[in-house]
Design a protein around this ligand. Structure first.
Ligand SMILES: Cc1cc2nc3c(=O)[nH]c(=O)nc-3n(C[C@H](O)[C@H](O)[C@H](O)COP(=O)(O)O)c2cc1C
Length: 211
């Protein structure tokens, strides 16, 4: 069982999203001690922004690519291989300015690749190739953007993750959106984190039962 764990908070300590993704991995490991975890922190190993050379190489058929084009794409090729090889993807990140941290957006930009993570069909439609993977997003938020809150409409994070990964074939990703974490009410913050751990317990149980 191979799990790709991707953290995107730039915090080196006291990150809620990193704490929760580590908690989830530990829940899996408890029942399955030999899981193979492929860890990436996009804030440390930050995927580079896309360049004109990358875009040209990406849209050149693989058989026509020059050596230079292959080199430009090699980081992205490896990232796609890591995701395609995984049985589970666990991505944890804080909400930044209503969406994802830019390092995770760069991660997505390298992951959405024709003939790797998606295929173009003869009729012009596309088929995503990450449909086998179980996918979990843990998102931490300072404010409360749950349905019913005045901030609900400002949540551009969950729709963006849903769209990008659905394009790559992940039709049913699981979300644990943890909020509000920047409340002055310490009890509320502790309750929200406890609820997140309970959700993660039940997702781990469900996923392990499915294997
Ligand atoms: C640069 C920056 C931008 C942020 N933008 C938002 C935001 O748009 N909405 C929100 O609810 N919280 C926002 N926050 C708060 C974080 O999402 C929140 O503190 C989160 O729990 C941090 O997770 P972490 O501890 O894993 O880094 C922002 C924090 C920072 C540092």
């Amino acid at each position: 069982m191979r799990v790709m764990q991707v953290d995107a908070s730039p915090k080196r300590a006291h990150s809620s999203s990193k704490m929760l993704s580590a908690y989830f991995i530990e829940r899996l490991r408890k029942s399955m001690p030999d899981i193979d975890v492929d860890y990436m922190d996009t804030s440390i190993e930050a995927p580079p922004h896309l360049t004109p050379a990358f875009i040209e190489a990406m849209y050149t058929p693989a058989t026509d690519r020059s050596l230079a084009m292959k080199q430009v794409l090699s980081y992205s090729d490896k990232l796609c291989a890591r995701a395609l090889m995984a049985d589970m993807l666990v991505c944890a990140m804080p909400m930044y300015n209503f969406c994802m941290p830019s390092s995770f957006k760069a991660f997505i930009d390298h992951l959405v690749r024709l003939n790797l993570t998606y295929t173009l069909n003869a009729d012009g439609t596309t088929t995503g190739n990450l449909s086998r993977q179980k996918i979990l997003f843990i998102t931490t938020r300072g404010a409360d953007l749950r349905p019913g809150s005045p901030w609900q409409k400002m949540d551009a994070l969950r729709p963006a993750l849903t769209a990008a990964f659905s394009f790559m074939g992940a039709d049913d990703p699981v979300f644990v959106d943890v909020q509000p974490l920047e409340s002055h009410d310490a009890v509320l913050k502790a309750t929200v984190l406890d609820q997140a751990r309970l959700s993660l317990d039940s997702i781990a149980q469900r996923w392990l039962a499915d294997i």
